[in-house]
Design a protein around this ligand. Structure first.
Ligand SMILES: [Zn+2]
Length: 305
């Protein structure tokens, strides 16, 4: 049972490949941090979370690459970790104070409350195995019954690459980690390469790798412009594993974005690569756990300060 007397918060950022885990004290200091391979089945995940929280913590926050039904507090869909679909993780863990949230929403909270509280609106895009999004509008995390900004599944190519969601041409199939590696292969690069290798080839000016990141920037700009044409925000932050390679695609991304953005928005939108690297969702989890002091969840399912 999670101890409720001590002010420590354990946050798990559960990804398609790796799970990041951190324990914070009540002053936002990380006491312990680990990166673990994401378990391959549900029971192992339950065991992992239980073992890691045997230590006394006040609150456990789980960031999930999943759509959560906030009315039922259950996971309804997790295409990158299939075994999580339709699971009642909070009930099955039976630890007491466990909070679940979409991972990109946590990253948005982490980024916003660390760096961008002065701006009114922000889109956080997390790019790793999948492509996720979190929206802060008028200082509040936007939520509906389900997580709001599933931008990885915006269709950017008619009859394009098959996606794990069953559709074709989703942004994720071009801009997620495997999507980028697919592009690299299609352009003639070696099979089964890694993002690190493609990045270092691009840094050396090797054409196929350079074109791979150019195409990534092109498709990502289409996704960003599509979101802003629905909900205008003045800040876009790119996070997740891709943020390590920002120097290679940032300039192209800005150029493509400016060539496509709706005219009145031009020059009003600031795009940044997160400086929190992979820690945005962990920090967001900490802020989320502290919401009884710093935030509140109102009847519209939004979180504000
Ligand atoms: Zn999709």
């Amino acid at each position: 049972m999670v101890n409720t007397k001590i002010g420590e918060v354990a946050v798990f950022d559960i990804g398609g490949t790796n799970t990041k885990y951190a324990v914070f004290n009540n002053r936002r200091v990380i006491l312990n941090k680990e990166i673990i391979k994401t378990p391959s089945n549900y029971n192992e995940l339950i065991s992992l979370i239980r073992v890691k929280t045997l230590k006394r913590v006040n609150t456990v926050v789980l960031g999930l690459p999943a759509v959560i039904d906030y009315n039922k507090n259950k996971i309804v869909y997790a295409p990158n970790i299939d075994y999580l679909t339709n699971k009642d993780l909070v009930k099955d863990l039976d630890l007491g104070n466990v909070l679940i949230e979409n991972d990109a929403n946590l990253a948005a909270i982490g980024e916003y409350y660390t760096f961008r509280k002065s701006s009114s609106s922000m889109l956080m895009v997390t790019i790793g195995t999948g492509v996720g999004g979190g929206l802060i509008v008028n200082g509040k995390l936007l939520r509906t019954q389900f997580s709001v900004a599933e931008i990885g599944h915006i269709i950017i190519e008619n009859d394009g690459r098959p996606c794990r969601c069953g559709n074709k041409g989703c942004l994720e199939t071009y801009c997620g980690k495997n999507g980028i590696l697919n592009t690299y292969e299609i352009l003639g690069g070696t099979k089964k390469s890694t993002l690190n290798k493609v990045y270092s080839e691009a840094k050396q000016g090797k054409l196929i790798a350079v074109l791979t990141f150019k195409q990534f920037a092109h498709y990502l700009s289409m996704g960003l412009v599509s979101v802003l044409n629905v909900i205008y925000v003045n800040n876009i932050v790119i996070g997740g594993g891709i943020s390590h390679f920002g120097d290679i695609f940032f300039k192209d991304l800005i150029n493509f974005f400016n060539s496509k953005i709706y005219p009145p928005y031009k020059k009003n939108v600031i795009i940044n690569i997160t400086s929190l690297k992979n820690d945005a969702a962990l920090l967001g989890g900490f802020y989320y756990a502290q919401k009884s002091n710093a935030f509140f969840v109102d009847n519209n399912n939004t979180i504000s300060s």
